[in-house]
Design a protein around this ligand. Structure first.
Ligand code: ATP
Length: 217
């Protein structure tokens, strides 16, 4: 059984994050999924919800779901002006948990395609496996030759590989296609279009109670 991390801005968390992650539990065999909210440094476009609000929504989303945990390493302290790199989180995880336990990092197909912009991206697999969730509108192949070659070298379709080695493989999962994005949710709320069915009811109520995503742009 692998431990998994699922990083994101979660502005807000939605079923496009949760449903593919839950389906990975059976497909791959995961013992826990830690949601890892990103710190967005001041020079980057800021999330509309505050750090506190994003954390509150994550807590509400996973309430009563022991499969999920919350890892606040990247989001706190809020005052940090420096980006929090995934590679550093993975290194810290290995320092705390050793090198023999299996670790997976879950991401959507869009994130995989953006990987060459990540710090030290090619070394991610020295610390974890990558579990890739399908996402509508994003192709499985990329025109970026360097990325595609790297994927081809590390790709496996054999789940046993993910359990026989603590890190090093890329696995394209058969997760459900969820045509949901946080951007669309924020826009819908701003336009007073209901999108209640796209995220957990407690998160939906919190968004309304806090008046989130309604500011006119
Ligand atoms: P935004 O629309 O603001 O860019 P988002 O909906 O993509 O946000 P993030 O918090 O940026 O959400 O995503 C966190 C992770 O979850 C990323 O790896 C992303 O690829 C993945 N993810 C988000 N939505 C989906 C989805 N509908 N299907 C599969 N993966 C998803």
């Amino acid at each position: 059984m692998l431990t998994a991390l699922l990083g994101g801005t979660f502005d807000p968390i939605h079923y496009g994050h949760l449903r593919p992650a839950i389906s990975l539990v059976n497909e791959v065999g995961l013992k826990q999924i830690s949601l890892l909210p990103n710190h967005v440094p001041p020079h980057k476009p800021q999330p509309e919800a505050s750090t506190e609000q994003r954390l509150a929504m994550l807590k509400l989303a996973i309430e009563g779901l022991p499969l999920f945990a919350l890892n606040v390493r990247e989001i706190l302290p809020e005052t940090s002006t420096r980006p929090s790199y995934t590679i550093e989180t993975l290194q810290a995880w290995r320092q705390e948990n050793g090198n023999s336990e299996g670790l997976a990092f879950i991401m959507g197909q869009d994130s995989l395609l953006s990987l060459p912009t990540w710090n030290k991206w090619k070394t991610l697999l020295d610390y974890c496996h990558l579990l890739i969730c399908r996402r509508p509108g994003y192709a499985q192949k990329t025109d970026n030759i360097e990325l595609q070659q790297w994927i081809d070298v590390h790709n496996t379709t054999n789940i046993k590989d993910l359990h026989n080695s603590p890190h090093g493989y890329i696995f394209f999962a058969h997760t459900p296609l969820e045509d949901i994005s946080a951007t669309e949710i924020r826009q819908n709320i701003n336009n007073q279009v209901s999108c209640e069915n796209l995220l957990p009811p407690k998160v939906w109520h919190y968004i309304h109670q806090q008046g989130l995503y309604t500011a006119k742009k």
